[in-house]
Design a binder for this molecule. Sequence first.
Ligand code: MN
Length: 254
Amino acid sequence: MKIARFSHRDSIRYGILDDGEFVVLDGDPMFAGFDTTGERVAVADAVLLAPVIPRSKVVCVGKNYREHAAEMGGEAPAEPLLFLKPNTAVIGPGDTIVRPPQSERTDFEGELAVVIGSIAKDVAVERAHEVVFGYTVANDVTARDLQRSDGQWARAKGFDTFCPLGPVIETEFDPTSGAIRSRLNGEVRQSADLSDMVHSVADIIAYASAAFTLLPGDVLLTGTPAGVGPFSAGDTLEVEIDGIGILRNTARNA
Ligand code: MN
């Protein structure tokens, strides 16, 4: 099922998408289960929000598609290359990405995002699916010039608004295959299949949880395919994963 977090009449609600409406849930389903209030809200009357606010961190993998590693001038690392984005970078579908004045080149990176559903430490690959709440779509926005000049990636990946998530969490998604594509102002720039990932979702969960305790609501970004590129103020960015939805954001300068 597809779960959204949305605002409606000045309150923030969670709902299950059903035939153009949200079946309103009693609370955050990650913690409160799937009891419903009996209300239904038309999708058109709701303003979608980021479907999850990571409780502690967004764990990301760099260079996890071979063709993208090649376009960045290298090879895909033998082990997942992990970095973090702060949870303050998260914005929702329809929100505006703000290009910071410190950077002259901000890039889009369309990615599959994994939403962790339970406390996870030292999770075996074969049990990784047990700690997943669901999947959503992400844009790993990157200040490419600062990524190169800083020597490490915290600032380049971590600006406010640099982690759009949404539009919904799909709880029954199979992450081993499926089309992912990104569009800049309607033009396709990235198009790949999730099966092209070097390190699978299960591998990433096992590897990351061997280092960090993952908490419910933490998010993992699984790397971007080839075709990344810069965007400017006024541009519209879309990342689409078949079976989940389209994450659409516009951009402006600070
Ligand atoms: Mn990325």
